[in-house]
Design a binder for this molecule. Structure first.
Ligand SMILES: *Cc1c(COP(=O)(O)O)cnc(C)c1O
Length: 367
């Protein structure tokens, strides 16, 4: 890309996992210990993550997808059940529901923040509804207080897809501190273990069931009381997570500062909106364009600025969902978002100069 004459700045990637000397040393320690699979470092990572979130329990697993499947099962979601969720997310939000034998029931998103619209939940509830699965998209909290109220009224489980929301806050409460939330620790997320995921919960029974389900459904050795598979995290991964967690707040503050600077500089696009009392942790800094999104993305590529579309096809329009029969126009807000959103680099390694360069490039290409 640096060979392109339009690029006057070194290329800026959309995401950049930060792995340093400490992570390398921690991994070497695990290799030397001989304890590679789930062991003391997983336990230590669970305790540290629970303390960071302010949750009584945390259960580590081997991906964010695994966290969703295990948490849904621990809440009793199974064959024949329906789970209400958003059509504007990564595919794992819906496929984790399907993996439990249940059916995802989509409701449209709120144009304000592109998160599940709480006012649409009630109409989607049937006798088969078992749970609601909101996503805190891009790290911006969904309207959890309103969603929680509906769940309490209708006695539905509430399981949060917090894969992008480590350290986010809704109405003064850290995401994952109340109820059950599922975090991804994939390399591009706000912190990583390599592949990995973790469930936080305030319910001791849910935590206990999660631990059983992640380990072949066995509470005691070779006694299988629940359906489970191998969803365990390795000590190798937990060792990386322990180091990363120590940096998370500092990295999050840098993301928030980069986002604030971008929003102050951008002139011709819609910048992200955050509700009063909430903390958006900017896993993604996602603008909305007024047409011309693909041209903008191509122009940014020429300028050496990485960008990405999260997400180009809403879940109800994915080929795998075709048999559910959702036509075009079923969820208009999600469909319009899929055509207008563009995520710009916001990661903690950006310099002030990088941020200014990104904003200048976007302003030039949109004016
Ligand atoms: C990343 C992500 C997942 C899946 O996490 P993995 O660790 O990749 O399995 C699920 N939901 C959302 C919203 C995500 O961003």
């Amino acid at each position: 890309m640096s060979s392109n004459p339009a690029a006057t700045h070194p290329p800026i990637p959309i995401a950049k996992p930060l792995i340093g000397e400490e992570e390398r040393a921690a991994v070497m320690d695990v290799l030397e210990s001989g304890q590679l699979a789930q062991g003391p470092r997983v336990e230590a990572f669970e305790a540290a993550f629970a303390a960071y979130i302010g949750a009584p329990h945390a259960v580590a697993v081997n991906s964010g997808t695994a966290a969703l499947i295990v948490a849904l099962q621990a809440h009793g979601v199974g064959r024949g059940d329906e789970v209400i969720t958003t059509p504007f997310s990564f595919i794992a939000t819906a496929t984790s529901i399907i993996a439990c034998g249940a059916t995802p029931v989509f409701v449209d998103v709120d144009p304000f923040d592109l998160n599940l619209d709480p006012s649409l939940i009630e109409d989607a509830i049937t006798d088969a509804t078992k749970a609601v699965l909101p996503v805190h998209l891009y790290g911006n909290p969904a309207r959890l207080s309103d969603i929680r109220e509906v769940c309490e009224d209708f006695e539905l489980a509430l399981i949060e897809d917090a894969a992008q929301a480590h350290g986010a806050v809704h109405a003064g409460q850290r995401i994952g501190g109340i109820g059950t939330a599922c975090f991804s620790l994939y390399p591009t997320k706000n912190m990583t273990t390599g592949e990995g995921g973790i469930i936080t919960t305030d319910d001791a029974g849910v935590a206990e069931r999660c631990r059983i389900i992640r380990n072949h459904g066995q509470g005691e050795r070779y006694l299988h009381t629940m359906f489970g598979l191998n969803w365990r995290m390795q000590d190798l991964n937990a060792a990386i997570g322990l180091v990363q967690l120590g940096h998370l707040e500092e990295w999050t503050l840098r993301r928030i500062a980069n986002a604030a600077r971008l929003s102050a500089l951008l002139t011709h696009v819609e910048t992200p909106r955050v509700r009063e009392g909430d903390r958006h942790v900017f896993h993604q800094y996602t603008i909305r364009t007024n047409g011309g999104r693909d041209v903008l993305q191509a122009g940014l590529k020429d300028a050496g600025v990485g960008s990405a579309v999260h997400y180009p096809i809403p879940l109800h329009r994915q080929p795998i969902m075709q048999e559910m029969g959702f036509g075009e126009g079923t969820f208009p807000v999600a469909e319009a978002a899929a055509e207008s959103v563009l995520s710009l680099p916001v990661h903690p390694s950006l310099s002030d100069d990088d941020v200014a360069y990104i904003a200048e490039a976007v302003n030039r290409l949109t004016s």
